[in-house]
Design a protein around this ligand. Structure first.
Ligand code: ATP
Ligand code: LTN
Length: 326
């Protein structure tokens, strides 16, 4: 069975971009692979957070994973800090990673490079991500487009370690779902939908009320034309709506374009909103039920045990290869 690993940060609200770009792939892969899905709370610490909020968001994300369709009987769902091997392996890999390559990471350049007060954790963030992945001998990592550079670094670190210390790691492949790799913001279709966006009009949260979802789609920014066609360069807003509609309805973009010939943007917006609401309603119902029952804490306890069991051998191999006494 293919080993699959991916993670999401328990920060901000989870949005439709996370769901379509990452989570839907997680759900599909659990049918064919041995999957580990992690809530990366240690990564969240790279930017100062309110401790109570981090705890709440961590449970919330776990609940959303399960409510969206991840099945704890098929996949291991766990919190990163519950398996201490991640932090330990990250240290070992920091002694393989180079300052030069970490300085070139665009996420670091965007978020911290020019700030004296940025944490050193923000700088070594991608090394912890590499540790997450490599510890599980992962073969496939499903993520959105923005993680491509981090995945290249992960592969480089695996190859360098194997060369320097002997074969320990599987070199993982990235898996990016093209059609939904970059869902754009509703208020600005030139930028990706993001939970750190300054305006709430940018995203649809997974737990958002139907009324509010409809309102945001109605106000979604499009061009001043009237023609409905898929053209992300010239018609970013309309194309984004078509991508979203297609992903939640299962209809191809070509079919939708044909169906909306001669109809205005207004129709497309309302129908997209309704399709999104229909997709999210069962998820929202399951979420509330899960959280109230306390079931989520049992799922995370079981996941932590499974995760620890999966990484012990690789961590021991790393230490041994590097010259530590076991
Ligand atoms: P931020 O926007 O604050 O950088 P984020 O929304 O990217 O955060 P992450 O936790 O970093 O959230 O991402 C979780 C997963 O969702 C990653 O695999 C990421 O690639 C994917 N993802 C995030 N935004 C989008 C988007 N707009 N379209 C498609 N996939 C996305
Ligand atoms: N950097 C990723 C989150 C992340 C991750 C991982 C993704 C941390 N560790 C391991 C895949 C595999 C992000 O910001 N989306």
């Amino acid at each position: 069975m293919t080993r699959v690993f991916s993670g999401m940060q328990p920060t901000g609200v989870l949005h439709l971009g996370n769901y379509l770009g990452a989570m839907k792939q997680f759900i599909a892969l659990q049918e064919e692979g041995e999957c580990y899905y992690c809530i990366v709370d240690l990564h969240a610490l790279t930017i100062p957070r309110d401790p109570a909020e981090l705890r709440r968001r961590t449970r919330e994300l776990a609940g959303l994973y399960v409510a969206a369709g991840l099945d704890p009987a098929k996949a291991t769902i766990f919190v990163q800090s519950h398996n201490p091997d991640h932090a330990e392996a990250a240290w070992l890999l920091q002694c393989v990673a180079r300052i030069g390559e970490l300085s070139r990471m665009t996420q670091f350049k965007d978020k911290g490079k020019d700030s004296e007060s940025a944490t050193s954790g923000l700088f070594t963030y991608p090394v912890l991500m590499a540790a997450d992945i490599l510890l599980y001998q992962t073969e496939v990592v499903p993520v959105g487009e923005d993680q491509r550079q981090h995945m290249e670094l992960t592969r480089d670190l695996a190859e360098r370690f194997n060369r320097q210390y002997g074969e320990v790691f599987t070199v993982p492949d990235v898996r990016i779902q093209k059609a939904t790799a970059r869902i754009m913001g509703l208020d600005n279709p030139e930028k990706k939908m993001s939970k750190s966006a300054p305006s709430e009009a940018n995203y649809i949260a997974l737990l958002e009320e139907p009324k509010s979802i409809l309102k945001k789609f109605k106000r979604a920014v499009t061009d001043s034309g009237t023609e409905i066609r898929f053209d992300p360069e010239q018609k970013a807003g309309v194309s984004n709506l078509l991508s979203i509609y297609s992903a939640v309805s299962g209809q191809s973009i070509d079919t939708l374009v044909e169906q909306y010939q001669g109809k205005g943007y207004g129709h497309l917006k309302v129908d997209t909103a309704e399709a999104v609401i229909a997709e999210l309603e069962p998820l929202q119902a399951r979420y509330h039920q899960l959280m109230e029952s306390g079931e989520i804490d049992d799922i995370l306890a079981k996941g932590a045990k499974q995760a620890r069991a999966a990484t012990a051998e690789t961590l021991a191999k790393m230490k041994e290869a590097m010259g530590l006494i076991l």
